[in-house]
Design a protein around this ligand. Structure first.
Ligand SMILES: Nc1ncnc2c1ncn2[C@@H]1O[C@H](COP(=O)(O)OP(=O)(O)OP(=O)(O)O)[C@@H](O)[C@H]1O
Length: 390
């Protein structure tokens, strides 16, 4: 798959850009702060409906404007689709496909697959578990857009259940609350337990099976970018701990079952009920889990050097790219945002080797010298609010 054309209006620093694109490498070069990343962010947004830099939409709209527009023409196996997204904070965002009827943004998920690697990805290794959960969930959505719905349903149920736990805890004076807790509130809590177990099981099964599939790709991608380092491994750390059957989430283990996970979640929710009532918060479920990144026998977080952390972050993105490329749905577009300056010459060469073989790769850099020579392709200069063919 590739992006044949990108148009953005009032997105970040850009008033308007019209950018024809082609298969193979495209390099965007320009001084700091000229809007290169903003263009990759727009592409990432139309692919995932989220930004790799901010959690809300407001910063994406150009100062002084009330909406931004991103339009992309995507070619997949000879068929072209035009995707259009209107980002209007405070109102509902809107989408159109092939200039048809206005629909929901979620309709565009799955049309453009991307894998973006950027300096922010260091947080995948060094940041909070929420960064790694998001990494897994974003990859799930790229593979199967319906997981966007599963994820938001889980978040909705979790919010409602937490609100209930908080109010029930308060009503019972929090500590040792159970006997004094209103039986009606307890039966309502049971209903939310069922919802949490059902949405949670679906998300958890998908994450476990994804980690099982992704693991070998991460190990080989890490070995590719850092051949002299200790081997890298990933493992899913569930808040359900030993309640999970042996081998789930591992490459050679059995596939995780949603049905069985629903039963396990319900059982463990029963076991932690008292503590949850005391603390007023949901203590188990996918929202408390982590993706453990191991280098040799030590966790990468807290132990890996700066270079090793970078290699691990890069390995996670390359692994995602390879996983998506090897299944149906179209090879993803690779977006490399200002990453070569951070890599030593060997890792640059390794990344260049993979990236130049991609169906389409867009690279940004502040200066030409940061871009490996292998990226001989289309070059654009980005400066003073304009993108010009270099
Ligand atoms: N909502 C917005 N409205 C107007 N300008 C914005 C908005 N958001 C960001 N900017 C501007 O965009 C510029 C940053 O653009 P971007 O991050 O794409 O730069 P870059 O070319 O990738 O730079 P670098 O090489 O430093 O990474 C900054 O000048 C910032 O002030």
């Amino acid at each position: 798959m590739y992006l044949r054309h990108l148009q953005v209006t009032d997105f970040r620093s850009w008033e308007h850009v019209d950018l024809p694109l082609a298969q193979g490498p495209t390099v965007l070069v320009g001084p700091n702060g000229q809007g290169k990343t903003n263009l990759l962010e727009a592409i990432g947004y139309i692919s995932t409906l989220s930004s790799h830099r901010v959690a809300t939409d407001a910063p994406l709209v150009r100062h002084g404007c009330d909406r931004a527009l991103v339009r992309a023409a995507v070619v997949n196996e000879g068929r072209e689709l035009t995707v259009e997204l209107e980002i209007a904070p405070g109102r509902a965002n809107r989408a159109r496909i092939n200039r048809g009827a206005v629909g929901k943004p979620r309709d565009v998920l799955g049309i453009l697959r991307t894998v973006l690697f950027s300096p922010e990805d260091l947080a995948l290794v060094r940041g909070d578990p929420s960064e790694r959960r998001r990494f897994l969930d974003d990859l799930l959505v790229q593979r199967a857009p319906r997981y966007a719905g599963v994820r938001s349903e889980y978040d909705r149920v979790l919010r409602q259940r937490n609100a209930l736990l908080k109010s029930v805890g308060r009503a019972g004076g929090r500590r040792g609350a159970r006997e004094e807790t209103d039986p009606y509130a307890l039966s309502t809590l049971q209903v939310w337990d069922n919802h949490l177990a059902s949405a949670g099981a679906e998300l958890l099964a998908a994450r476990l099976n994804l980690v099982a599939e992704l693991g070998p790709y991460v190990a080989s991608s890490y070995a590719d970018v850092a051949p002299d380092s200790r081997p890298a491994r990933i493992a899913y750390r569930s808040s359900l701990g030993g309640a999970l059957p042996e081998g789930w989430g591992t490459p050679d283990g059995p596939e995780a079952s949603t049905e069985q996970l629903g039963e396990i979640l319900l059982r463990v929710l029963g076991e932690v009920r008292e503590t949850e009532l005391e603390r007023g918060v949901s203590l188990i479920g996918p929202h408390r889990d982590d993706l453990e990144l191991m280098l040799g026998e030590a966790p990468a977080k807290g132990y890996a050097s700066h270079g090793e952390s970078w290699s691990f972050a890069l390995a996670l993105r390359l692994a995602s790219y390879r996983l998506l490329r090897n299944e149906s749905g179209g090879e993803p577009v690779l977006l490399l945002d200002d990453v070569f300056a951070e890599l030593d010459s060997r890792r640059r060469a390794r990344l260049a080797e993979v990236a130049t073989k991609a169906e389409q790769v867009l690279v940004t850099a502040a200066v030409d010298e940061d871009v490996p020579v292998e990226f001989a392709g289309v070059r654009y200069a980005v400066s003073n609010g304009e993108v010009t063919r270099a």
